[in-house]
Write a protein that binds this ligand. Sequence first.
Ligand SMILES: [Zn+2]
Length: 300
Amino acid sequence: MAKYTAIKVDVDTLTGLCVGVPNILDLLADYSVKATFFVPMGPDNSGKHIGRVIKKDFLSRMLKMNPVKMIGFKNLLYGTVLKPPLIGKGNAAILKRIVDEGHELGIHGWDHYQWQRKLERMSKDGIRRHLRLSAESYAEIFGSKPKSTAAPGWNTTNSSLEIQEEFGFLYSSDARGIQAFRPKINGKSLRTLQIPTTLPGMDELGVAGFSSEQILAFFEKEWQRNTLLVLGVHAEIEGITMRSQFQRLLALAATDGVCFERLDSIAVKLYQDTVCIPEFEIAKAKVKGLEGLFSCQKIS
Ligand SMILES: [Zn+2]
């Protein structure tokens, strides 16, 4: 059985927060599972993703993940013809429900779209501003600083990782990888522990050609491994379009006796572990089933 198993729920859009998250919370409650949620606190500019939707190499994913079904037609207009609404900052009641039901809540940037698409061109002050606005919005709602962060779109740069250090997070979950580690930049180790997403999302497996049954069989085999398992879930996907498939996965996990923990409790255990936390660089790489490049733990 896996050493640590976690569900990391990324929220990318207003529809994801208002529709997908309540659905996921209901499912998690049904199976007594605690998870970690990451929510962008600022504007929903997901309508600007329309340009990506029509890109040829994105088509196969969209055929399975109809964007209108996933985030709603109105959401596709946010940031284009409609003024973008604030996601987390504008919906404190849903954020409080996440926390009240015993889950962990961390920040997922300020403007998800801008971070995901334009981080490489942002100034250091611009990056700092994104993190500050998000952390301040969280503190306004909860009266304390966020303990954790996850980079939108698994997108980091050396600058974003270094600036993150100023915020004193317990850990961050910014990358794809195989184990917890401390990022190393130009030979220098950063303080903030990285707990990467280690498992492919159900949508990624679907794009890779897995049937519903094969997806379940894949995860059942994975959680027999004695290692860190972090399943990346999206409110817009597992909470809306693949909701019934996610329910089947939770039911299977319950049958198999899988114990899901919040990422913050895993972080505390890792810090207490006598085994040294290894250092790794982070580099951009392709991820099967997704379009583009993503920050990945660099395994040489
Ligand atoms: Zn995201």
